[in-house]
Design a protein around this ligand. Structure first.
Ligand code: NCD
Length: 353
């Protein structure tokens, strides 16, 4: 059984294949109308969502399947103190595939260790969001016809933005991708993302603070929301929330072929005056989410008997994870596992006890 926990669960070839299937669905949706007849998708959303949950629901319905689930932790047994692993054990018995979102990092890995159906990570804390990345990649491929040889500006909350981490993980595998990381120091990309994905020969990156300075060189400008819900210190959020606001005057020196993307929801980081600019592609990007999720569901439902690529990691009594956002700090009874000195759930460096 295969899961989609992080974007590296799919090879570059499989990503091409998924994009091709999604394009075929866009061209001929009728062909796919009944292919998941009798199958049930569970949507376990312990955290708010509009696009991701509804596009998953729409995707399964468009394949002829059905959907059950919840859209907030308060309406699930989590509010009675149930662990993630117990919830997932149960829902595995009621469904054929599960898409889940959770505020804690590593929750989908914890789920996949007890589930009997494929688990799709629909966002775990400030960690990863691979299906958003698939939505980003199909949008880029449809615009540029390629995923290599691109200069990609990523602006805003690079620290907590899970879509940013997954996008960098994905695009760093293609030749000659140059990342321009635009963020204040307080919202800079975490080291574990830099070390794991940007230390390769294929890609390069620069970090700068000025959006205006970055814009002229970019093929893609990926704007993000400052992730209010991840801040412990609300004063810090207030200080940083308006760090970058894209408007038409800032686009004056942009390439005519620039593609402006945003995973949405936006707060005010893209002024509405940009929406009518032909370079604004974020609503189209959201629309693509339905088709690529159809392709992902089809792929994972068809991979019975194939093992998850993930190596389990080992228990180690001398190590502990100190990431306050990691599920292992709150989930009762979870096996704490480490690999190469890192917590396997959240990828952060473990500490000696
Ligand atoms: C993103 C998320 O949930 O991380 N939204 C989405 O899934 N399209 C981005 C965000 O919330 O800022």
């Amino acid at each position: 059984m295969r899961n989609l926990i992080d974007i590296l669960d799919f090879s570059v070839e499989e990503i091409d294949e998924l994009i091709a299937v999604a394009n075929d669905i866009i061209d001929d949706p009728e062909k796919y109308r009944d292919v998941c007849h009798g199958k049930i998708l569970g949507t376990l959303f312990f955290e708010p969502s509009t696009r991701t949950r509804l596009s998953f629901t729409s995707a399964m319905m468009s394949l002829g399947g059905q959907v059950l689930g919840f859209d907030n932790a308060a309406s699930s047994s989590t509010s009675k103190g149930e662990t993630v692993q117990d919830t997932v054990r149960m829902v595995s018995a009621y469904t054929d595939i599960i898409a889940m979102r959770h505020p804690k990092e590593g929750a989908p890995i914890a789920a996949s260790r007890v589930a009997t159906v494929p688990i799709i990570n629909a966002g775990d804390g400030g960690h990863f969001h691979p299906t958003q990345t698939m939505t980003d990649l199909i949008t880029i491929k449809r615009k540029f016809g390629r995923l290599d040889n691109l200069t990609v500006g990523i602006c805003g909350d690079l620290k907590y933005g899970r879509t940013v981490h997954s996008l960098i993980a994905a695009m760093s595998r293609y030749e000659n991708v140059k990342f321009v990381l635009i963020a204040p120091d307080e919202l800079a990309l975490p080291d574990y993302v830099k070390d794991e994905f940007l230390a390769k020969d294929t890609s390069s990156y620069v970090e700068i603070k000025s959006l205006e300075e970055a814009i002229p060189s970019l093929d893609i400008l990926y704007m993000t929301r400052v992730q209010e819900e991840r801040f412990h210190d609300k004063a810090q959020y207030e200080k940083l929330k308006d760090s970058y606001i894209l408007n038409l005057s800032k686009l004056k020196f942009a390439k005519p072929t620039l593609s402006i993307l945003h995973p949405l929801p936006r707060v005010n980081e893209i002024n509405v005056d940009v929406d009518d600019d032909p370079r604004a592609h974020y609503f189209e990007q959201a629309a693509n989410g339905r088709y690529i999720r159809m392709a992902i569901i089809l792929k994972l439902l068809g991979t019975k008997g194939i093992e998850d690529r993930r190596n389990d990691g080992l228990e180690d009594d001398t190590l502990e994870c100190r990431n306050p956002h990691c599920l292992t700090l709150t989930e009762r009874g979870i096996k704490k596992l480490f690999k190469d000195g890192k917590c396997i759930y959240c990828d952060q460096t473990a500490h000696k006890k």
